[in-house]
Design a protein around this ligand. Structure first.
Ligand SMILES: Cc1ncc(COP(=O)(O)O)c(C=O)c1O
Length: 369
């Protein structure tokens, strides 16, 4: 089976984790957590960084630092991971959904700007799948309207937009280090900011808001979202290879593009679109309507090729319907790509041989559908 994601864990990575285990530093108290945080903040160009349990936790904490009230609104993409919406809903604030662009799959910035009103307190700008969102434009709007910008760069670690790394632009930025991310710590996440007060709050929230005078008399409702020394040991080892990893990701995407772009029954994103470079965190394809996506995916599976459906848009989530959470607006683009899109094996461990096989099978199968 060629899996959708194959992480790359080297012998050295394993040795580093083993050493941390042997030294007994297995929890969040170990020394490598701070080292990892410092390296990441220097790499991205931020003043403060706090490692947490995962990217979803990072978003929850980021939103909680804003002290939102009941009618406060946070603008988020409609086509995204549910973690964006959950972070807002869990703080009893209102997520406002924005449709995506058909070419980049990122939130449409003109629609986002139109949705801003006096209740808008923050925007979560998420880089989706491959192309970075034009975050400098969003930053400018946020500054003008005095809105907090949360940059969800979970999928983009090590990729640049213009001449800065993704994650540089947000008032608060988050990353995920899940197994399918550019560097992985198994599970893991990071919150970055230049604001000391926000960072202090983040550090409290990730660690149960222990009391300052009496440790077990707590100051607020926090979480145990701590990050372990074992995770840090793996992350530090992976971080050393980041430039190489980014090169590999681009190579994977370009090879898929070369082998699939002539197939008229599907569309695949280009390596470059205007000033945007595609990192192909996942290599997605969109099926032209006349082909049956389920049949295609089943046939590929029979050839040992795993595929994964696209994000299911927030406006169609059954849990939000059940909770009677209503969203204004229409979302034709996200409805379209979530129905006709899926992604192919694209992890760092995916070989050129795997890719050639996958593309050969896609081209063969789609010809006969
Ligand atoms: C854009 C985005 N944000 C947040 C997350 C959540 O990260 P995690 O899986 O570490 O909770 C993901 C996960 O893939 C993601 O794609």
């Amino acid at each position: 089976m060629i899996p959708v994601n194959k992480p790359e864990i080297t012998k050295v990575d394993a040795q580093k984790v083993y050493r941390a285990v042997k030294e007994g530093w297995v929890s969040s108290s170990g020394p490598q957590v701070k080292v990892f945080e410092n390296k990441i903040k220097k790499f991205i160009g931020k003043k403060y960084s706090s490692a947490v349990a995962n990217g979803t936790a990072a978003l929850e904490i980021a939103i909680k630092t804003l002290n939102l009230k009941k009618n406060d609104e946070v603008i988020i993409p409609n086509f995204t991971i549910i973690s964006n919406a959950l972070a807002v809903i869990k703080q009893n604030a209102k997520p406002i959904l924005i449709d995506c662009d058909l070419q980049t799959w990122n939130m449409k910035i003109d629609l986002m700007e139109n949705a801003i009103n006096k209740n808008t307190k923050a925007i979560i700008a998420t880089h989706i799948y491959g192309y970075p969102i034009e975050i400098d434009k969003i930053k400018k709007i946020c500054k003008k309207k005095k809105i907090i910008l949360i940059e969800d760069a979970a999928e983009m670690f090590g990729h640049k937009y213009k001449n800065k790394y993704c994650g540089y632009y947000g008032d608060i930025s988050v990353f995920s280090f899940y197994a399918n991310k550019h560097i992985t710590t198994g599970e893991g996440g990071m919150i970055l900011t230049n604001d000391k007060a926000i960072n202090d709050k983040v550090n409290d929230l990730r660690n149960l808001c222990f009391g300052k005078i009496n440790r077990f008399n707590h100051d607020d409702i926090g979480w145990n979202y701590r990050f372990t020394n074992l995770q840090a040991a793996l992350g530090l080892s992976q971080l050393k290879r980041i430039n190489n990893i980014i090169k590999k990701k681009k190579k994977i995407g370009k090879l898929y593009y070369k082998l699939l772009s002539k197939n008229k029954t599907i569309t695949i994103q280009k390596p470059k679109l205007n000033n945007l470079e595609n990192i192909y965190w996942v290599v997605g394809i969109i099926i032209k309507k006349k082909i049956n996506i389920d049949i295609l995916r089943k046939k590929l599976f029979k050839f040992g090729i795993e595929t994964r459906s696209f994000f299911w848009p927030m406006n169609k989530q059954k849990i939000f319907k059940k909770l009677k959470i209503k969203f204004k607006g229409s979302f034709p683009n996200s409805n379209y790509i979530s129905k006709y899109g899926f992604y192919l094996p694209s992890g760092i461990g995916t070989t050129s041989k795997d890719i050639s096989f996958v593309c050969k099978k896609i081209n063969q199968v789609t010809k006969n559908l």
